[in-house]
Every structure is written in C-alpha cells, then in structure tokens.
Design a protein around this ligand. Structure first.
Ligand code: PDD
Length: 297
C-alpha cells in the first residue's frame, strides 16, 4: 500500500472562504460529499491566464446545484475571483480550475438536510497539452455498456460509474471508454463523443443521458464559423463504427481524434479534415478569449 499524502502539492487551494496549501486542506468525515457523493463540480480550462468559456461553466454549475437543491454559495464574480487568484501563480501556462460544492456537513441520513452551509472547494492543476505526436496519430478507444445512472446531465461528484467505465479503457491501454445505452451512443467516461459523416459533425442530443459538455456549444459555434454542418440526434453503434471520423471533446482534451475503436480503424485510420479544422478553430478561440474574455461565448 502506498501513502501519497505527503507527496500532495502545497499549491494554494480554496476551502470555505480560506486559501490554504492543498496539502493542509481538511474537511469533516461527515461531509455529505464524502459520505454520499452529494455534490457537484466543474473543470474550467485557463489559457494565457484567462478562464475559457467561464460563463458557460458557471451556468452549468448553477444548473447542477439547482438539480441538487443546493443554493449557489457564490456570485459569478466571486467564482471568477477565486479562479483568477488560484490561477495567478502558474501565469500563462495552461491550467484547469476545479470547483466543487457539496451539500455540507450533517449526521448521516439520506434525506436532504436543509439550511446546511455548503462545502466549497477549489484548486488548480497544470493542464499539459496533448502531445503533438498523439494528435497526429489519433487515439485508441474501447466501447462498453453505459451502466451509469439516468441523470448523467448533472455534473455530480458521484463518479463511481465514470471511474469504473474509465478503468475498462485503462486496462485495455486505451484513452477513453466510449459508452452505449443499448444501441445508442451516449458519451465517454469523461468526454463527449462525436461522429463525422459526409462532412457533418453529429453528436447525441442534449438530454439526461449525457453530460452536455461546454464544448457542445463551443463546437457548434466553431462549426458555424468554419462552415461545417452540425447536428444533434441519436447516433447508432453502426454509425459510430461506420463514421468518417470520431472525436472526443472535453475541457482537458479540447477536441481529440479517435482513430481506432475496439481495435477497428475509424474512417481511413487517420485524423480527418473536420477534426483538423475544428482543432485549428479551437486554438483561435483560445487566443480570442485571452484578448477579449468571453469572446467565444
Ligand atoms: N469531464 N462527459 C462527461 C461524463 C464528462 O465528465 C466531461 C468532462 C464531459 C465533457 O464536458 P466539458 O466539455 O464541459 O469538459 C462529457 C471533466 C473534464 C472531468 O471530469 O475532469
């Protein structure tokens, strides 16, 4: 068994109004986030010192909190101030701000306890870019049944389904686990999944069966800018394997080409032209956001 607590970074984090070194931050064992996974989170990329798609991420945080009937403990300006302060030491380097809100501390009882002070935690981690060699080749994924729950639209800290799903691809030496509910594509363990067919970017609908990534809206806008048709509809397993291109998207992966799925090549087995256009447009959007925050919105 290894104890890695002493190796935890001592970078600053935010816990319930205080900035402390990450290594020293402590919460109660009765925190409902710990006991029940009764909380929500966000992962927000920061480029050139400026949070990317910040308002969209905070809007989703607000939606997740509303689903859990937890009052939002901070205004948008306060959330932005926390992110900006935590991100400052790393300067221009790409990083990811993590926000988490749990219902708070109470004696263990499944019933929601009203009026608790939510536990608010935030930290920042470096966001190393995906290596050029990996982007040039594309990544390998495997498929699995989507055995998670029916409220995948909530960005909940109850992530056991995602952890078990991700482990399937870890053990296969693959980048992600692409999941299906019956015959229909849902998403991957921590990414959304897109197909390209005849030049159109197609993703599953925004509903309760997937987490609507912030890149849903962003890719739609980048498609518009680039003249790429965009559609949301159910996507079958055959369409996934028969796609011209297959893409992952997330805050940390941006947009990433999948060139092998369950050992079978997708399209011609190489990253395709729609991926290349969207990746280039994505990099421009990051630049624009740094020059004029919110310009991607
Ligand atoms: N995951 N679907 C799931 C299940 C996710 O966990 C994520 C993000 C996404 C993509 O959402 P977005 O484009 O807003 O990052 C889709 C984050 C990065 C995580 O849990 O670390």
């Amino acid at each position: 068994m290894q104890d890695i607590t002493s190796a935890l970074p001592d970078t600053p984090c935010f816990l319930n109004g205080e900035y402390t070194p990450l290594r020293d931050a402590k919460i109660s064992v009765l925190d409902r986030g710990f006991i029940f996974g009764d909380g929500i989170y966000e992962v927000i990329p920061v480029y050139f010192g400026t949070p990317f798609c910040f308002d969209e991420h905070i809007a989703r945080l607000e939606r997740s909190l509303a689903e859990l009937q937890i009052d939002n403990p901070h205004t948008r300006d306060e959330w932005r101030a926390i992110a900006t302060r935590l991100a400052a030491p790393l300067g221009q380097a790409p990083q990811a701000v993590y926000f988490q809100v749990s219902r708070g501390v109470a004696p263990r009882d499944h019933a929601m306890v009203r009026g608790l002070r939510p536990t608010v935690f935030a930290m920042v981690n470096p966001l190393p870019p995906v290596a050029d060699a990996v982007r040039a080749k594309g990544v390998t994924c495997v498929t699995a049944d989507d055995f998670r729950w029916q409220k995948a639209h909530i960005k909940s800290t109850s992530l056991l389904g995602a952890v078990l799903a991700r482990q399937i691809s870890v053990e296969a030496g693959a980048t992600e686990t692409v999941m299906f509910r019956g015959d229909w594509l849902s998403e991957a363990s921590s990414s959304n999944v897109w197909i390209v067919k005849d030049g159109t970017l197609i993703g599953p609908p925004r509903d309760n069966l997937v987490l609507t990534g912030i890149r849903y809206g962003l890719l739609e806008r980048l498609c518009q800018e680039s003249g790429i048709p965009f559609a949301l509809r159910r996507v079958s397993r055959d369409e996934v394997f028969g796609a011209d291109e297959l893409l992952l998207s997330s805050a940390t992966k941006e947009v990433l080409p999948v060139t092998t799925l369950d050992g079978r090549p997708i399209g011609n087995g190489h990253p395709g032209p729609i991926y290349k256009s969207l990746y280039a447009a994505y990099q421009q959007a990051k630049q624009r956001n740094a020059e004029k925050p919110g310009a991607t919105a």
